[in-house]
Design a protein around this ligand. Structure first.
Ligand code: HEC
Length: 140
């Protein structure tokens, strides 16, 4: 009986620790679990084209350093990266290749990734939260 209760308690603690680690919102700055998630997503999905230093390859892949898309309103950034919808004020054909859409990124993942982009590569932008990402999806 005592053992049983102890096991229950441990299970509850484990669930609590997991919940705390998955953190719904990125912390300000790029510290903590969300910062690591952002880095992991960048390395897994973006680094091949935009490169480890975020500067891309001139004429082939744009630099994410100082990019107004990265640093601006999270809505157009979300629509482009997740839905492949280009910001209206950016002309097509600047680059010979196209970027795939990353529609599988869930809002908390995208928020962590965007926060990472905005706080690395020489960028010093504000964090993005998952609510802003969720709101931008499916918008016109
Ligand atoms: C296969 C190569 C490739 C991959 C992988 C890729 N991108 Fe891109 N990305 C591009 C290209 C090419 C453009 C420019 C597209 C255009 O202008 O039509 C671009 C443009 C962008 C822009 C706009 C930058 C600007 O200022 O014009 C952002 C932001 C961006 N990518 C973020 C990301 C993120 C975040 C990831 C990972 C989830 C990613 N990209 C993965 C090729 C890639």
């Amino acid at each position: 009986m005592v053992m049983h209760r102890t096991r229950l308690l441990l299970t509850a603690l484990g669930a609590f620790a997991l919940g705390a680690c998955s953190g719904a919102e990125p912390p300000s700055g790029a510290a903590g679990a969300a910062g690591e998630l952002g880095a992991r997503l960048y390395e897994g999905s973006c680094v091949a084209c935009h490169q480890a230093d975020g500067h891309g390859i001139a004429g082939v892949y744009p630099s994410l350093s100082g990019s107004p898309v990265v640093l601006g309103d999270p809505a157009p950034l979300t629509r482009w990266v997740l839905e492949g919808r280009r910001p209206v004020d950016l002309p097509a054909g600047r680059y010979g290749t196209r970027m795939p859409a990353f529609g599988w990124l869930k809002p908390p993942d995208a928020a962590a990734l965007f926060t990472y982009l905005r706080s690395h590569f020489g960028n010093a932008g504000t964090p993005v939260d998952s609510t802003a990402v969720a709101r931008a999806l499916g918008d016109s």
